[in-house]
Design a protein around this ligand. Structure first.
Ligand SMILES: Cc1ncc(COP(=O)(O)O)c(C=O)c1O
Ligand SMILES: [Zn+2]
Length: 388
């Protein structure tokens, strides 16, 4: 076990490892896990990875669980990084990739966060977990909680894709549908958690989902033979994957695996809910709540993200940007990606393509750049988006 402590991402206050934590009690911002990376690097070597399991627990030394028996796994991570030759050729690019996260358990990248969060909850003796969700996080929490024999209490907007609702019910969760947005669901969890004895696993309001998600960054480097691409295009709601990758890059540099070069981190949102894009354009460090948030890409319907400053810091430090695309553009892009590459992608993942097109047109990205698009989920879970 290499965790030394937890640390507030905003004010730096330190917290003990192996205790239950939500937000920083000093300033209300997210906590991040810190490791003794020198110690981790003694056994976690590039060489050692050659023979490790094809899941995200291959990076065991930089993951927070102390005892192996507490790991709750469904085979998550180590998803393919697919070269998108045909799609790239249509854009004049020859080094375009798609990280296909739809191949995770419960068909989205949310499995990465939940395997870590539920394993830690189990290790720390939690029995009841609660989460507000746009859909995929709920499905993943339900599955991992069931696997661990824990209770899952799910709060989702009533108009969440049907597949997400049904998968939660079929994996034994207690499901509450609410009139409102994910922020309203989060407020409901906040109001009831104490009386009900629930542990709140809202993204970044507990410190371990981001640890699971950071493995996206480790995998990317390993799959590109310990280099990083020129740009990463990431569909951003709460931003946990982007924040996690950014953290992973620093950890890998500290372990001597990569140098100081970073990809340009590019956030994509829907024009119907683009708080990060707006804050980026206005030069703000924190994003105001986006009014009347609406998009068919349900995972992007996050009007206010607790990790907003971490997303914006990473985008700016990397020389990246934030782009919004219309729902029409992203729905159209699912057909283009599907026909070119054989992937039925989630609308969130599809949003990366029109964003890439805009950035190529503006010469922000060059056709010769190596670019990775993140397909964060499976199109098959969004039949309403494609048929209505
Ligand atoms: C398929 C999909 N893509 C992207 C997102 C946004 O992810 P993040 O909250 O890490 O920004 C979500 C979140 O629900 C999602 O389900
Ligand atoms: Zn703090």
């Amino acid at each position: 076990m290499n965790v030394t402590h937890l640390e507030c991402a905003a004010c730096g206050t330190q917290y003990a490892a192996q205790r239950l934590h939500n937000l920083c009690v000093e300033c209300g911002k997210p906590l991040l896990v810190r490791y003794d990376l020198e110690k981790a690097a003694r056994t976690l070597t590039k060489e050692s990875l050659r023979t490790r399991a094809a899941d995200l627990w291959r990076y065991r030394e930089v993951l927070p669980v102390e005892s192996d028996e507490n790991i709750v796994s469904l085979g998550e991570g180590w998803t393919p990084l697919l070269r998108a030759e045909r799609l790239g050729a249509g854009l004049g690019m020859n080094s375009l990739f798609i990280k296909d996260e739809s191949q995770n358990p419960t068909q989205s990248f949310k499995a990465r966060g939940m395997t870590a969060a539920v394993s830690m909850a189990k290790e720390l003796g939690v029995r009841k977990l609660a989460v507000p969700s746009a859909g995929n996080a709920a499905g993943a929490l339900s599955a991992y909680a069931a696997r661990a024999g824990l209770e899952a209490h799910i709060f989702m907007p009533r108009d969440t894709p049907r597949a997400n609702i049904i998968e939660c019910e079929k994996t034994g969760a207690h499901v509450t549908l609410m009139d409102g947005l994910i922020t309203d669901c989060g407020a409901e969890v906040g109001r009831r958690k104490e009386a009900e004895g629930w542990f709140d696993v809202s993204t970044l309001k507990e410190p371990y989902r981001v640890e699971g998600k950071k493995t996206l960054g480790y995998e990317l480097a390993e799959q590109l033979d310990w280099t990083l691409p020129d740009a990463i295009i990431y569909p951003t709601g709460g931003g946990t994957g982007l924040i996690g990758m950014w953290k992973a890059f620093d950890e890998m540099q500290a372990m001597g695996w990569i140098g100081a070069k970073r990809p340009r981190m590019i956030s994509v949102q829907s024009t119907g809910c683009a708080p990060i894009v707006r804050a980026f354009e206005e030069g703000k460090r924190f994003a105001d709540e986006f009014p009347n948030a609406a998009t068919t890409a349900s995972g992007l319907r996050v009007p206010k993200a607790i990790g907003d400053f971490l997303i914006l810091d990473a985008i700016r430090a990397s020389g990246g940007t934030a782009v919004s695309v219309t729902d029409e553009e992203l729905i159209h892009a699912t057909g283009e990606i599907g026909a070119a590459e054989g992937l039925f992608v989630a609308p969130e993942g599809a949003a990366c393509l029109p964003a890439l097109r805009k950035l190529l047109a503006e010469n922000f990205i060059n056709a010769s750049d190596q670019v990775v698009l993140f397909n964060t989920g499976a199109g098959v879970k969004y039949l309403e988006s494609y048929t209505e």
